[in-house]
Design a binder for this molecule. Structure first.
Ligand SMILES: [Zn+2]
Length: 265
């Protein structure tokens, strides 16, 4: 008989294999489901001009894939755009990364004309640098003028990156763009962060139930593969080996929980 420790390992591997097999049976929700979810969350998410405000090229796939795919569904009638507050030039690859963002957006049906990458000395790509709200208002504010809704990071910034957190401070602070609804992506604990699709059943239940001021976007298999493909193919300069693990294990590739921080006025 195998020692108990081996048995536990076998059971664990079997459980993972069963979970993956079950996930591969998952079908995407219908367009009517998406419309109902977005309508219950807030009429602000239907028929709107929505800007995803990110800090670096690849934030849109690393964190917001399920959101882009839900809000971009034809049935919702939204027009999606991406505004990126820096070129992601920490390693001197800013020009390359700005082009990669345009290529990535195309995977989500967002044309190049609706992707703007800000290159401003006051907004450097740097882990420990807090971007001043007044500088964001100057450099990014005019780009949000035509939007009804902004989707961005929450106070935790998913990864705690100062640039991410600065966008939350700006979007909800004294310099925030006027007349725009602000929705933010919930930062989760480190355990949940690497839980892949483990929370999918609960996420689907939340999405189906709906509630004002909340929106849960979840990805079925094909949708998850699209987000991962956008990262692999469009953001080639960022595809170091451990990113492959992120694409399979990160909850943000499968589930986004959003909440409304500010109304439209
Ligand atoms: Zn980032």
């Amino acid at each position: 008989m195998a020692p108990p420790r081996i048995r536990v390992l076998e059971a664990f591997i079997l459980a993972i294999a069963v979970a993956v097999a079950l996930y591969w049976q998952t079908e995407p929700g219908s367009g009517a489901d998406a419309l109902a979810a977005a309508s219950r969350a807030s009429s602000e998410l239907v028929g709107r001009r929505i800007v995803l405000l990110i800090a670096h090229p690849d934030d849109e796939v690393m964190f917001f894939g399920p959101t882009l795919q839900l809000l971009g569904r034809r049935e919702l009638g939204n027009e999606l755009a991406i505004v990126c507050a820096s070129t992601g030039d920490a390693d001197g690859l800013g020009e390359v990364r700005a082009r990669e963002l345009v290529a990535s957006a195309a995977w989500f049906g967002i044309p190049a004309a609706r992707v703007t990458v800000v290159d401003d000395a006051a907004l450097p790509d740097a882990m420990g640098t807090v971007w001043a709200e007044a500088e964001l208002a100057r450099a990014v504010g005019p780009l949000l003028a035509g939007a009804d809704t902004v989707v961005t990071f929450d106070a935790g910034g998913v990864s705690g990156h100062s640039n991410h957190r600065s966008l939350f401070a700006y979007a909800t602070g004294a310099h925030a763009p006027p007349g725009v609804a602000v929705w933010t992506l919930e930062s989760v604990s480190i355990v949940r962060k690497y839980s892949a699709f483990a929370g999918l059943a609960a996420a689907r239940a939340r999405a189906a139930a709906g509630a004002a001021g909340q929106l849960t976007a979840w990805s079925a298999v094909g949708e998850h593969r699209l987000t991962a493909a956008a990262m692999r193919h469009a953001h080639a300069s960022q595809m170091v080996w451990f990113r492959n693990a992120w694409l399979e294990l990160s909850r943000y590739l499968y589930i986004n929980d959003l909440r409304q921080e500010r109304g439209p006025k």
